[in-house]
Ligand binder design. Structure first.
Ligand SMILES: N[C@@H](CCC(=O)N[C@@H](CS)C(=O)NCC(=O)O)C(=O)O
Length: 99
């Protein structure tokens, strides 16, 4: 999986701490939502970091949703789709609230 975010965002930092604590293998793509050439909308239509790109190519966003996903037991196992589905559903409802 790949975490998309900036080094200055407290929301990104929260997720980075969780990834480190859980020793979860991931790439870090340093990106800011504030530059003209930002790629963040590819991963989050709200153009906010963090976004977490899963191995299947789908992304989830909003630090609370990402944290819950990473904290769910077995959520990174390919045989466990429920945490992923829950994260996608919550991602949608958080995005609607943010509008
Ligand atoms: N509720 C979001 C907030 C994320 C957020 O506001 N990120 C800021 C960086 S600290 C951002 O990307 N802002 C870009 C923008 O608002 O256009 C979360 O918890 O992930």
């Amino acid at each position: 999986m790949k975490l998309v975010g900036s080094l200055t965002s407290p929301y990104v930092r929260k997720v980075r701490v969780l990834l480190a604590e859980k020793e979860l293998k991931h790439e870090f793509l340093e990106e800011s939502a504030w530059t003209a050439e930002t790629t963040v909308p590819r991963y989050n239509p709200l153009n906010k970091v963090p976004a977490l790109v899963l191995d299947d190519g789908h992304s989830i966003y909003d630090s609370a949703v990402i944290s819950e996903y990473l904290d769910a037991p077995g959520s990174r196992s390919s045989s466990r789709g429920s945490a992923r589905r829950r994260a996608r559903t919550r991602r949608g409802s958080r995005a609607r609230r943010a509008r």
